[in-house]
Write a protein that binds this ligand. Structure first.
Ligand code: TMP
Length: 212
């Protein structure tokens, strides 16, 4: 039973933690689960991730950034997502095409139709079956993300240093996407980890036909 589920949200919304918890829950019920992320997920796309998130890339042109996300996505699909779906697995992916619409489109102001066109090219039209948008007030998420970065050896601080207004546009953009696509479920991401995990299980389990 292959299914493609993506997790989206602004910085510090907790989606990576929640994705792992859902993966454990589904594995315990006997499903084959593939956990992956964008940008990254395979060696070539991980190398592109490093370029994108390196603070020394701060002067990167928005279009360069857009094409690098699309390039990383094309490789990730070929190497990881499609093979896992062909094996009948449930793929849980930390960010996907909607992130490009939210960040490069609504956030940076690039043309949304062009981004959607590029996404279709990069994915050969593959769209998630279900997208969980973990939604959180901006201040809470950024505070979490900043404290996580100061503890982390991986230098991913570039995006989180962006202006608050940018992140507000990204959040609003995600909520606009959620209103226009039935595959979205908006999950409030405030509260403790277990509460959010329960909300996610209740959104996903009936849809997958497993216990919440
Ligand atoms: P992460 O925080 O989920 O690891 O994602 C890394 C950053 O990459 C995050 O700031 C969002 C950004 N991003 C985009 O700007 N466009 C994209 O298409 C993707 C997948 C991520």
């Amino acid at each position: 039973m292959s299914r493609f589920i993506t997790f989206e949200g602004t910085e510090g919304c907790g989606k990576s933690t929640q994705l792992r918890l859902l993966a454990d829950h589904l594995s315990r019920q006997g499903l084959q689960v593939c956990v992956t992320r964008e940008p990254g997920g395979c060696p070539i796309s991980d190398a592109i991730r490093q370029i994108l998130l390196d603070p020394s890339s701060a002067g990167m042109d928005s279009k360069t950034e857009l094409f690098l996300y699309a390039a990383a996505r094309a490789q990730h699909l070929a190497d990881v997502v499609r093979p896992a779906l062909e094996r009948g697995e449930v793929v849980l992916c930390d960010r996907f095409s909607d992130a490009t619409v939210a960040y490069q489109g609504y956030g940076r102001g690039l043309d949304i139709e062009q981004i959607e066109h590029l996404n279709r090219e990069a994915t050969d039209g593959l769209v998630p079956d279900l997208t969980l948008l973990l939604d959180l007030p901006l201040e809470t998420g950024l505070a979490r993300a900043i404290s996580r970065n100061s503890d982390s050896s991986e230098d991913e601080g570039r995006f989180e240093q962006e202006a608050l207004a940018f992140h507000q546009r990204v959040r609003d953009g995600y909520l606009t996407l959620a209103r226009s696509h039935d595959r979205f479920r908006v999950v409030p991401a405030d509260g403790d980890i277990d509460e959010v995990a329960t909300r996610i299980r209740h959104a996903v389990a009936p849809w997958l036909g497993v216990t919440a």
